[in-house]
Design a protein around this ligand. Structure first.
Ligand SMILES: *Cc1c(COP(=O)(O)O)cnc(C)c1O
Length: 442
């Protein structure tokens, strides 16, 4: 498979180049040249296959000969090393839990898959490959854990001072070895700017083979298709399948865009709901057809505090910039913090299920859809929302009275044991300062 930038269809690159570059040098996101279609028999018989075979079948056409089949199977094995349970909340509403990975958020899937691909490619390089990444919270932990002790790779994570939760900071700073964390005296945008400038800097590029691990990397994006297929397998076993809809709590729109890819490959999903917080550029776009990002507003679902979602350009491309076709497959609703809290409280009171603020927005998307379409439960579609993080990760955003109900996952204990504090690097938000630190450390 070859890939092109969304800014230039003519220049094609391999899977390896697209993964190593992250973003195309012209600033566009990479997309595959075409979307491979799966055989309908495969979908029909999906219950007969194990999860590794399913993942292998989905991803192989995107990788071609870039990675040997044997090694790819190994990567998949290491990526899908935790469960993806689908649970019924009430009526036709189900939750797909994506938080059973090492850092308790769905980003573990993409990060682990990308780490596997990169360690394969770095073997051919003479120098260490340096992953430079800015995080607003969950990406940092997932990338740190996914790349920890991978030979030939080091990771430098920039995170904003006072901008992430203490659990998130612990996940980024506790590992050591080839993982380096840099606390920046600024906000997420400052971190992001330093990363972007580093990629363009000549002196840095002479000393480092740099790559990024943020969510626009195709290795992260495409591997997120896995759990849409795995949940379909579970639905197919337990339900007399009618229509199927997914509600995805969305920030940078990578997760929902992976679902759309899965559908384009042949997975029978009737509708997507991209549910957002009040950073509602896309809900407004689908109404007014005007793309007009506003300044970012802080919310309790802070992993989705993004107003100019990078991956929307991929979605727009997949629908050939046709708003009518897009609207047939994608709805987008926004919800306030008050509504989010109300949903967390209600779902706990009535169904004894604990949502995190992001999952709560996913749940609200489905509820709103059902209210609008007045589906009675016998003909209503099967609806699945993605629970993207464990509530413990956002415990200080959960209503006080419920906090004692949140169970401490076993995994987290092992994480805390590791957390003898490593030495911290703390820098100002000036690029010059970061650059001299980077050049001097090697
Ligand atoms: C990153 C993240 C999201 C948003 O996912 P996108 O792919 O950026 O839309 C939602 N929930 C949580 C918990 C996240 O960490």
């Amino acid at each position: 498979m070859l890939y092109h930038s969304l800014k230039n269809k003519k220049k094609l690159v391999s899977f390896e180049d697209a993964v190593l570059r992250g973003l195309s040098p012209d600033g566009g996101l990479y997309v595959p040249k075409y979307i491979p279609k799966l055989e309908s028999q495969f979908i029909h018989n999906i219950s007969n296959y194990d999860i590794y075979t399913i993942a292998m079948t989905i991803i192989k056409p995107y990788i071609g000969k870039s990675i040997s089949e044997e090694f790819l199977y190994e990567i998949i094995h290491d990526t899908l090393n935790f469960p993806f349970p689908l649970k019924k909340i009430h009526d036709n509403i189900h939750v797909l839990e994506l938080f059973h990975g090492p850092t308790l958020a769905f980003k573990d899937v993409g990060a682990q898959f990308m780490a596997g691909c990169l360690s394969f490619f770095s073997k051919k390089k003479e120098r260490t490959v340096t992953v430079l990444v800015a995080t607003s919270g969950d990406t940092g932990g997932a990338v740190a854990k996914g790349f920890h002790k991978k030979p030939g790779i080091e990771v430098i994570i920039l995170y904003p001072h006072n901008g992430i939760s203490s659990l998130q900071e612990e996940q980024i700073t506790c590992l050591g070895d080839n993982i380096f964390s840099v606390e920046i005296n600024g906000n997420f945008d400052d971190c992001q700017k330093i990363v972007k400038k580093s990629f363009l800097d000549k002196e840095i590029k002479e000393k480092y083979i740099l790559t990024s691990a943020n969510s626009i990397n195709i290795a992260r994006w495409l591997s997120q298709m896995f759990y849409y297929f795995l949940s379909y397998k579970q639905i197919k076993i337990s339900n007399n399948l009618k229509k199927l809809i997914f509600s995805v709590p969305s920030g940078n729109f990578g997760n929902v865009c992976a679902g759309i890819m899965a559908e384009k490959m042949g997975l029978p999903i009737n509708l997507f709901i991209a549910s957002t917080n009040i950073n509602d550029t896309i809900p407004r776009f689908l109404k007014s057809e005007k793309y007009h990002p506003l300044p970012v507003k802080k919310t309790i679902s802070n992993a989705m505090d993004i107003s100019d979602p990078s991956n929307f350009s991929r979605i727009w491309h997949l629908y050939k910039k046709n708003i009518f076709q897009l609207k047939e497959k994608l709805l987008s609703y926004k919800f306030t913090d008050e509504e989010t809290i109300e949903a967390i409280n209600m779902v706990w009171e009535k169904y004894k299920y604990m949502l995190d603020p992001h999952g709560a927005i996913g749940y609200l998307g489905i509820r709103k859809f059902f209210q609008k379409t007045k589906n009675n439960s016998s003909s209503a579609p099967i609806a699945v929302f993605l629970e993207t993080a464990h509530p413990i990760k956002f415990i200080n955003k959960i209503p006080f009275s419920l906090r004692k109900e949140i169970l401490f996952p076993k995994k987290l204990k092992t994480f805390s044991n590791l957390a003898e504090k490593k030495e911290k690097i703390f820098l100002s938000n000036k690029f010059k300062i970061f650059k001299s630190w980077l050049l001097e450390r090697k």
